[in-house]
Design a protein. Structure first.
Length: 121
């Protein structure tokens, strides 16, 4: 049984990754050494890795599904509006039915927050 997928996100500097995940998104640091931090909030976890080599090769887009997109948007936009993605700065219903907004950090990492409509009874 698969329980959870945990992305590993590479940054030139650990401080860049912690700025995104901790300062902007409110994740807590569960573990940290000189090149790895494990961060988590609610049911989401990520590995923040300092590696200039791999950061140069990969700037990922990560999707986080939520059941409270408007509350999450208010929290993040009031704290770090500078991180809102220029092409997805507000909560918008997409053609595929989900409501979404996104962040884009200074290194090019994109995080999309998505809430699917409640299933019909």
């Amino acid at each position: 049984m698969m329980i959870r997928l945990i992305p590993k996100v590479f940054f030139n500097l650990m401080s860049e990754g912690l700025d995104l995940f901790v300062n902007c998104l409110g994740f807590k640091v569960l573990y940290q050494d000189s090149s790895l931090a494990v961060v988590a909030r609610d049911g989401a976890t990520a590995y923040v890795v300092e590696s200039a080599e791999f950061a140069a090769k990969d700037r990922p887009e990560i999707a986080i599904e939520t059941d409270n997109i408007n509350e999450l948007y208010e929290e993040i936009s009031s704290k770090r509006s500078d991180m809102l993605h220029p092409n997805s700065r507000t909560v918008t219903k997409k053609p595929w039915g989900a409501e979404e907004f996104a962040l884009l950090d200074s290194t090019g990492v994109c995080i999309v927050f998505r809430q699917w409509p409640a299933p019909r009874a």
